[in-house]
Ligand binder design. Structure first.
Ligand SMILES: [Zn+2]
Length: 282
């Protein structure tokens, strides 16, 4: 499905050596540009295959945010709910190393009451649907959802997926992104950039990305004084929601909660080898 498809199969074109040669050259250049483009993560310090800057990530996320919101009914009219989501997001941020990062976090409650899901766009735009929000039983679970999504931002998962898409699809996207200047609105008019912004909304992260985001859910809930076992409770909420006629949307973008519980318990054990501190909030 376009720029972010994992499907690497291309239609076969036979009988044209010239085209094959050009294809090979483009493939080599893509490989060189993928493996040559490394940057240190501004929060974790880890070196990643990411070809865009944090300011480009922020701009792309802001560009895609209205499209994301409109797919899920727009911002929720529930003012108290919006306030709770925003306050929790800010609280998690203030207890995180991400607070010193260049990312501009914003936390949105979307009106869609039937979809059970949460999303993150690059650069700090974080969303939870009313459908998931209303099923949460504790503040710790809300912290877990938002912490998980913040993890995708912090780990630059979208930017990594963009780099992978450049690797599989050649230079078209790479060239468009390379010329994309967040401060110059005219560079947004490029069809390739417009397409990329559209695709960000439907971007799927890898299973590894999801488990890494769960680790951040554990880290950030505990850092703000919530019991990270709320993440396990959150998985059970999602499991219960799946017993209805149609499974929650969360499954299409997030791996099966049953498998994640043991990983979350392991992450808690690893982060708190001496046991959890006393006085954590549920
Ligand atoms: Zn996720």
């Amino acid at each position: 499905m376009g720029l972010f498809s994992n499907n690497q199969e291309q239609p076969r074109r036979s009988g044209c050596t010239g085209r094959l040669l050009i294809g090979a050259v483009i493939a080599v250049i893509s490989l060189v540009s993928y493996f040559g483009t490394r940057s240190a993560n501004p929060v974790t310090g880890k070196v990643q295959h990411v070809g865009i800057t944090p300011s480009q990530e922020i701009a792309l996320g802001l560009q895609a945010a209205p499209e994301m919101a409109s797919q899920y009914g727009g911002e929720s009219p529930d003012a108290a709910g919006r306030q709770r989501v925003d306050a929790m997001g800010r609280q998690l941020l203030s207890h995180s190393t991400a607070a010193e990062s260049p990312y501009k976090f914003e936390f949105h409650l979307l009106a869609d009451a039937t979809t059970i899901n949460a999303f993150a766009l690059p650069g700090g735009q974080v969303f939870i649907t009313k459908g998931l929000f209303d099923r949460l039983q504790t503040e710790g679970q809300l912290a877990g959802v938002l912490g998980h999504e913040m993890g995708h931002v912090i780990e630059r998962h979208s930017a990594q997926q963009i780099a992978k898409a450049q690797l599989t699809q050649g230079l078209t996207g790479a060239a468009a992104i390379a010329t994309y200047d967040p401060n110059d609105p005219s560079s947004r008019s490029s069809a390739a950039v417009a397409m990329m912004i559209g695709q960000l909304v439907n971007l799927r992260f890898s299973r590894t990305d999801e488990l890494q985001a769960d680790d951040w859910g554990v880290t950030l809930t505990a850092a703000s004084g919530y019991d990270p076992r709320a993440m396990v409770g959150l998985m059970k909420v999602l499991e219960d929601a799946s017993h209805g006629r149609s499974p929650p949307e969360f499954f299409s973008t997030h791996p099966n909660p049953e498998n994640r519980i043991s990983r979350i318990e392991a992450a808690i054990q690893k982060q708190f080898p001496e046991g959890l501190p006393a006085g954590l909030k549920p």
